[in-house]
Design a protein around this ligand. Structure first.
Ligand SMILES: [Zn+2]
Length: 382
């Protein structure tokens, strides 16, 4: 099944892998957009069915759900480049996850998911005790390949390709939000072995959770309280305040502003928010998506210049979107981009205070982070 997206510049094609997992291609190359050529090949691998052993257990001490996914221990760990499962099949000696001679952007269901489409049944209580509710780990985990070029990075993409990735994120958010039981869709990228990335190929992930994750839940509680007190939307009011103060603003366009949050908790951290109130990526207009592609690339390029002598900053980039269903009106789209690299060769570890107590100590001053991110702006503008 194919369809044209983004005013006809992206061609979306659905297919299935050998074990039944879904794969969706987002092509922006003219020959493939027009349908004149098709790079897809049949997936001839013999694959075991996807493991469905994930379950959720309720942490009664904190009120948070924890996914127990022990089957993931078997997953591929830093394979050599010629056995990369994210390169197109045909460029290496073994078939990859992508049965195509080439691709632009592609999304497929993770073979080692933390949350599974078909989860095995679990007893409603661990050891039969009402203190420990449990449920199936039903949800969805997808992989998003940003380019077929193994040695590239998101920051090296053209604005056109970044725009195609945005189309893919919006498409997946829209589709996964419609799946029964899904409460939150999270598009993110972990970059660099320091973050725990197990594959070097430029890629990100999409998680669709059957519950509202703890950080979202905390932000929604704050937003509800703010709304009750002031009648305003918390995330909108924070954006307005940052734009008014200007001290931590890193870049600003017609539709988007990037700022370092006043209480930044990471050595490098920046948020990117739309000027218009939108719940999620699918709600963005074409012009908003166009500018987002350029603003996001500029932020990633500045990140790679942040520390002198470091050309590839390890980072996590995550899209906070409004939840599906209850409290949706309290959410507002924004990106959180941050790094654990304090200085060349020095990582911030989440040790006692952060890991055990959840109490953050940032050695970097938010205003100085913002000043540095302005200093390393691209000379020709963005
Ligand atoms: Zn690769």
């Amino acid at each position: 099944m194919t369809a044209l997206l983004a005013g006809g510049i992206v061609r979306r094609t659905e297919d299935r892998l050998a074990d039944g997992r879904e794969i969706v291609y987002f092509d922006d190359d003219e020959a493939f957009v027009s349908g004149a050529e098709d790079r897809r090949r049949p997936d001839l691998r013999r694959l075991d069915p996807v493991a469905g052993g994930s379950q959720l257990r309720y942490d009664v001490l904190t009120g948070e759900w924890v996914a127990i996914a022990s089957h993931r221990n078997e997953r591929t760990f830093l394979p050599p480049a010629d056995a990369c499962p994210l390169c197109p099949t045909g460029t290496g000696p073994v078939p990859s996850e992508i049965p195509a001679a080439d691709y632009d952007v592609v999304v497929f269901e993770n073979r080692f998911p933390s949350l599974t489409r078909v989860a095995e049944d679990v007893p409603a209580l661990v050891d039969g005790d009402p203190l420990w509710p449990a449920r199936r780990g039903t949800g969805r985990c997808e992989v998003v390949c940003f380019t077929a070029d193994h040695g590239a990075s998101f920051a090296s993409l053209t604005p056109r390709r970044a725009r195609t990735v945005i189309e893919a994120w919006a498409d997946r958010t829209d589709e996964l939000s419609r799946m029964p039981g899904i409460r939150q869709v999270f598009c993110f990228e972990n970059r660099g072995p320091e973050i725990g990335v197990t594959l070097h190929h430029p890629h990100g992930q999409v998680y669709a959770y059957p519950f509202v994750p703890p950080r979202s839940a905390a932000m929604l509680r704050q937003a509800a309280e703010h709304h009750a007190r002031t009648g305003g939307n918390l995330l909108r009011d924070v954006l307005i305040a940052e734009r008014t103060a200007g001290t931590r603003v890193v870049l600003s366009g017609e539709h988007w502003t990037a700022y370092v949050p006043a209480a930044a908790r990471w050595p490098v951290e920046v948020h990117l928010a739309p000027h218009r109130d939108v719940p999620d990526l699918p709600a963005l207009t074409g012009p908003e998506r166009d500018e987002l592609a350029r603003a996001y690339l500029e932020l990633l390029r500045r990140a790679d210049r942040y520390h002198e002598g470091v050309t590839a900053l390890p980072y996590i980039a995550g899209w906070h979107q409004a939840p599906v269903g209850a409290d949706r009106e309290l959410g507002r789209l924004h990106l959180q981009l941050f790094s654990i690299l304090r200085a060349p060769g020095r990582l911030k570890y989440l040790a006692g205070s952060e890991s055990a107590m959840g109490a953050w100590i940032n050695d970097a001053n938010p205003e100085r982070i913002a000043a540095r991110l302005r200093e390393v702006a691209s000379p020709g503008g963005w």
